[in-house]
Design a protein around this ligand. Structure first.
Ligand SMILES: Nc1ncnc2c1ncn2[C@@H]1O[C@H](COP(=O)(O)OP(=O)(O)OP(=O)(O)O)[C@@H](O)[C@H]1O
Ligand SMILES: [Mg+2]
Length: 283
């Protein structure tokens, strides 16, 4: 069964504002740009990924993740929306009532961490890759993300002195899921909002190496273009392909394509070289 599982990347950390959604959306966009057929799943009641790439407001979507998790697997085709603002990326919307589903699963589901995995079984073979965004919590929604995934990526905000608080709990939850999902692979920490010139960022990257077995070799810098892209409902590449963070997300997607054994169908055009990356990162 696990051999047939669609390669599935869950982006998770209990820390709020650590760029989970930004990473999920931009990695999904870059996978799509490489010609892969992508399903983006929003597991966060805040619905930020849905607001970013969805063409509808989550409140107007009849079959959201909440309805799918509570309901029958037959709802799956209606839950998948092919129309998003990103080429080749389909979306299962989140909505605010996902918070209540977290409680429902705890109280009544026979296998509370495996509802998503079961609901996704029929998508096997329909997508090249699935990307899951999760809430800033080590709750049942996040556990469902771990149980349904093949790979985990943990964004770590490198400019924050509190970035590594609770890492042991995060790793404990992830490892506990390995009992039901033994092939889950931890791709390690992804340093985000990174600025090599700042002492705290350099310190954090050393500590991240000690805390996680693996730290992804690509760092994501800071740029105001990240916010601009989400306001404009596009990826950073779509807004400005030569932006430093856009290029870093392209490199990250290429790294993940290799790590997850995905087969790209299109080669991307390389952006023109720039005079100064540093100015761009500060823009
Ligand atoms: N590389 C970056 N440079 C500048 N700002 C960034 C960068 N990455 C993310 N941000 C900004 O940081 C904020 C938090 O990012 P994001 O929403 O992706 O985090 P999150 O982990 O999904 O948050 P939550 O825990 O609330 O779900 C957003 O305003 C986003 O635009
Ligand atoms: Mg988020």
């Amino acid at each position: 069964m696990s051999d047939q599982k669609t390669p599935t990347l869950v982006i998770a950390t209990h820390k709020g504002g650590a760029a989970k959604t930004t990473t999920a959306v931009n990695v999904a966009a870059e996978f799509g740009r490489a010609g892969l057929k992508v399903l983006l799943i929003d597991l966060d009641p805040q619905a930020n990924a849905s607001l970013h790439v969805g063409k509808q407001h989550p409140a107007n979507v009849p079959v959201t993740m909440a309805k799918l998790l509570r309901g029958d697997v037959a709802l799956l085709p209606d839950a998948i929306h092919e129309e998003t603002t990103l080429p080749n990326v389909s979306l299962i919307y989140a909505s605010i009532d996902l918070d209540l589903v977290n409680e429902d699963l705890r109280n009544s589901a026979p296998r509370p961490s495996e509802e998503l995995k079961m609901k996704l079984e029929p998508v096997a073979g329909l997508f090249d890759v699935i990307v899951i965004d999760t809430p800033p919590a080590l709750n049942l929604l996040t556990r469902n993300g771990f149980a349904a995934a093949t790979h985990v990526l943990i964004p770590v905000e490198s400019g924050s002195q509190y970035a590594l608080y609770g890492v042991t709990d995060l790793l404990t939850v992830m490892n506990s899921i390995k009992r039901i999902n033994p092939s889950l692979k931890n791709l390690g920490a992804l340093l985000v909002k990174h600025d090599e010139r700042q002492t705290v960022c350099r310190l954090l990257s050393q500590l991240a190496v000690e805390s996680f077995d693996t730290v992804v070799p690509i760092r994501i810098s800071q740029s105001t273009k990240v916010n601009q892209a989400s306001i404009s409902k596009v990826s950073i590449s779509m807004l400005d392909r030569s932006n430093k963070v856009a290029r870093e997300y392209t490199e990250l997607a290429d790294y993940l394509i290799d790590e997850m054994g995905l087969k790209r169908t299109k080669s991307r055009k390389k952006p023109a070289p720039r005079k100064s990356d540093r100015k761009e990162a500060e823009a």
